[in-house]
Design a protein around this ligand. Structure first.
Ligand code: UT7
Length: 348
């Protein structure tokens, strides 16, 4: 069995900054409401035409690959986490592979939303441990701004989310006790519809059944209709309070699980990188675990919630700021749609 480590990291955020005040041009909201409920001050939005989930991922991946002292040609597997792919299919993994001129390696797309990166890292860890691959590119990237409702109707969701990408290269290590110590993944589909983007989707027939313009045909035409566009069914739906309540229980639980597995205590954590869902959630988790301010990294103030990209962006930024040093115990934790959640404990 091999042990795996994060050998290089990179992130990319688009240039366009939208402050809370900027959003008041589109909807009835305020800087005060957004900051008080979420801690967010501003977020980045990708260029509507030039940038996609894949192009941002490529920028992040280039940095990660260089820092891992390898090349795109040496990458032997891609794992791409996103809920905002360039196409419904194929996934972004193959698009990134093409853009970066990589070999005919495997490319896996995973759909685990906010916990997508932690799931992806766990998969990479298993492949490295068994010796199947030696140089895995793991990406979390999101262009969420293209599918948000920026009218007052969608304000409780749209103000939270932002765009960006983060990437890491996972390789084997021979350094005893270093690298990814363990990963822990969970899901509970009971509340799947509480945070979801329903359509386009294969259950659209059910939604349309009782509508006046139900397309009365034997086959086809129910993937997406003008009515769905009009009533907001093609933008994300979230029962914010239900998500919040579950998140503040599951974050501490899955962090405790990781610590227990490795016979460690919360006090041993040098840096907790929580998924940047809402600053209030991170603060609640910090308080529950009794961690100090310098044991928890937050950057949601600048980028909003970038879903699958939030953990690798935060991890990379914390490292660039010198907040993660050799030998540190780093904990990644995420919770989101599905519901799905997970953690990873890493000895740097
Ligand atoms: O990353 C994936 C997981 N997602 C999360 O972790 C999100 C978890 N949930 C949350 O962060 C919070 O629930 C939100 C920030 C989304 C919402 O905060 P809340 O305290 O739960 O607000 P609410 O949705 O219950 O709305 C409270 C009030 C409502 O007005 P009334 O009915 O009290 O008059 C909303 O219409 O705030 C209103 N409101 C807004 N007002 C100004 C909702 N959104 C906005 C807005 N600006 N953007």
């Amino acid at each position: 069995m091999f042990q795996s480590k994060i050998a290089g990291m990179g992130y990319y955020v688009p240039k366009n900054v939208y402050t809370n005040n900027d959003l008041t041009r589109f909807m009835d909201t305020s800087d005060e409401w957004i900051q008080e409920r979420t801690g967010i001050k501003e977020r980045r939005y990708a260029d509507r035409l030039e940038e996609t989930t894949t192009t941002m991922a490529v920028e992040a991946a280039k940095i990660a690959i260089e820092r891992a002292k390898t090349t795109a040609q040496e990458i032997d597997f891609i794992i791409f986490a996103t809920l905002s792919p360039d196409y419904y299919f194929p996934g972004c993994g193959v698009l990134l592979q093409r853009e970066m001129g990589m070999k005919e390696i495997g490319a896996l797309d995973i759909r685990n939303q906010c916990s997508g990166f932690v799931y992806a890292l766990s998969i990479a860890d298993q492949f490295i441990k068994t010796g199947m691959y030696k140089n895995i590119l793991v990406v979390g990237s999101e262009k969420q701004s293209f599918a948000m409702d920026y009218s007052t109707r969608g304000r409780s969701v749209s103000v939270i989310f932002g765009d960006g990408a983060g990437a890491v290269v996972v390789q084997p290590t021979t350094e005893e006790g270093k690298g990814i110590l363990s990963t822990h993944l969970h899901a509970d589909g009971a509340d799947a519809e509480k945070l979801a983007l329903y359509y386009p989707g294969a259950s659209a027939g059910k939604w349309l059944e009782n509508k006046p313009n139900w397309p009365d045909k034997e086959l086809g035409d129910i993937f997406m209709t003008p009515e769905m566009l009009e009533d907001g069914s093609v933008t994300a739906h979230m029962d914010g309070q239900a998500v919040f309540k579950k998140a503040v229980v599951k974050f501490p639980e899955v962090i405790a699980e990781a610590l227990q597995k490795n016979n460690l205590q919360t006090g041993d954590i040098d840096m907790l990188i929580p998924h940047q869902a809402n600053l209030r959630i991170s603060q609640y988790v910090q308080k529950t675990l009794g961690l100090s301010d310098d044991q928890v990294f937050n950057n949601i103030q600048k980028y909003g919630n970038t879903t699958a990209a939030s953990v690798p962006i935060a991890l990379c930024e914390a490292w660039e700021q010198g907040k993660i040093k050799d030998g540190d115990l780093v904990c990644l934790a995420a919770f989101g749609a599905g519901f799905t959640w997970g953690s990873a404990l890493i000895r740097w």
